[in-house]
Ligand binder design. Structure first.
Ligand SMILES: [Fe+2]
Length: 437
């Protein structure tokens, strides 16, 4: 157990270092998205969070760099602001790296001390506090990726592990009829090794019959929506979504670039003609996804419908993953940083659900029509981080499920929930359409 925690901390840091290593050093001061801190903040935030949770929080250790503990403590939730400009004079990078390395040594040394502490009933403490630290860093690795996507190509180095892009092998779309019935959301705290507060408690609910697209919406389909005036027809958009679209002048997905009457696609390290990636899933804001579904005469799946299609079987069973109960592996979908890019939709057929729905996990989080909120009986149980979920129960965030290519396999679990505002266009979020049967 102790060695496993140390190994996983190491593996997590190797990945973080690889991601920061994609940047030229001076690029750390860039602020690729106006609503987020400059990249340098995250270099300090990852160790500061772990220090504050584990060493200072659980073990009560005295701070060795208190001004860093607070400077790097919290990110920004871009609620209600259109842009944020940092006025913080950031410390020298070598001082932040020194702080990071000291925190890492302290964390490794803390594993036994934390394990020896009596479990006083606080669910996130003792061994679980390391899961808080590790999963926090894993989630930031993904959000760092979408910040990096907005950086000029000239400021990024290609990773050695960059695999060739895949353009072939997409699955055909089809309409899959899913029978209604019970579905279990969330998890039982006693049965799950670790989960965040919003994953508990278990909630059994029912869904009616519905029909769902076999594959997520791909670029070629989305191009039809654009060419049919999808961004010019207010009747397809919710009023506040339309106002937002008009205000920021949004008339295409963020990764598309108009180019001599055609389209180019911006991936992390290359620009590719859109027609080469016509089978890759389109990543959009929630507002755009809903407008597309309305254009097609459908809607987004609810959180419960997504679970029904992904994790139940036609004969009444339940699975841990869409493909069954085997742990997530490369053949099941595009997650875990293996491709550094999307892949053609539905091409990992081993990941299909029992109903025959493709790619519910991997290749992009999937937008749902469900507003993020607590399951009945929710408790903000992470004493040191009470606002992790509760700060976002505001009716303005939508649930996203599944995983993207930048989501580590450790976060691929049935009860994991992600959420974003409707008007945030940066995250790797795909969608598919549903219709009532
Ligand atoms: Fe954070």
């Amino acid at each position: 157990m102790i060695e496993s925690i140390r190994d996983r901390l190491h593996a997590c840091w190797v990945r973080s270092d690889e991601i920061f290593g994609l940047l030229e050093a001076e690029a750390l001061l860039d602020q690729p998205i106006g609503l987020r801190h400059p990249l340098i903040f995250y270099l300090g935030h990852l160790p500061a969070f772990s220090w504050n949770q584990v060493c200072r929080g659980v073990l009560g250790k005295p701070s060795f760099r208190p001004e860093f503990d607070s400077l790097f403590e919290r990110g920004i939730d871009p609620m209600g602001v259109d842009s944020y400009r940092s006025s913080t004079p950031w410390p020298p990078i070598d001082e932040i790296i020194d702080y990071r390395d000291r925190v890492r040594r302290a964390l490794l040394a803390a594993v036994e001390a934390v394990a020896e502490r009596r479990n006083d009933g606080a669910p996130a403490e003792n061994g679980r506090i390391f899961e808080v630290a590790i999963e926090h860093e894993l989630m930031h690795q993904e959000t760092l990726q979408y910040l990096l996507l907005q950086m000029p190509l000239s400021k990024k180095r290609r990773p050695r592990s960059l695999a060739p892009y895949r353009f072939e092998g997409a699955a055909e779309n089809a309409v899959v009829e899913v029978g209604g019935g019970p579905v279990t959301l969330g998890a039982d705290f006693e049965k799950l090794h670790f989960g965040w507060d919003n994953e508990f408690p278990e909630l059994v609910t029912e869904v009616n019959d519905f029909a769902i697209d076999r594959t997520p919406v791909r670029h070629a389909e989305y191009l039809e929506f654009i060419e049919d005036g999808g961004y010019e027809r207010p009747e397809l958009w919710r009023t506040d979504d339309w106002e937002w679209r008009q205000r920021i002048g949004l008339d295409h997905p963020l990764s598309w670039i108009r180019d001599n009457g055609g389209w180019t696609y911006q991936s992390m390290f290359d620009r590719l003609p859109l027609d080469r990636v016509s089978d890759w899933p389109v990543y959009t804001s929630h507002a755009e996804a809903e407008a597309f579904c309305r254009w097609r005469g459908g809607r987004l799946a609810t959180e419960a419908e997504f679970h029904r299609a992904a994790y139940t079987t036609p004969d009444g069973g339940t699975r841990e993953f869409p493909w069954g109960n085997d742990p997530p592996a490369g053949r099941h979908g595009n997650f875990g940083f293996r491709h550094w890019a999307p892949t053609p939709v539905g091409s990992f057929t081993d990941g299909d659900s029992a109903w025959g729905v493709a790619e519910l996990v991997g290749n992009g989080w999937e937008w749902t029509g469900t507003v993020f909120g607590p399951y009945p009986g929710f408790a903000a149980h992470i004493a040191s981080y009470p606002g992790y979920s509760a700060d976002f129960f505001d009716g303005l965030h939508q649930v996203m499920l599944g995983a993207s290519w930048a989501t580590p396999a450790q976060l691929v679990r049935r009860s994991f929930r992600n959420w974003f505002q409707r008007h945030y266009p940066y995250q790797f979020a795909k969608f598919r359409c549903v219709q009532d049967s």
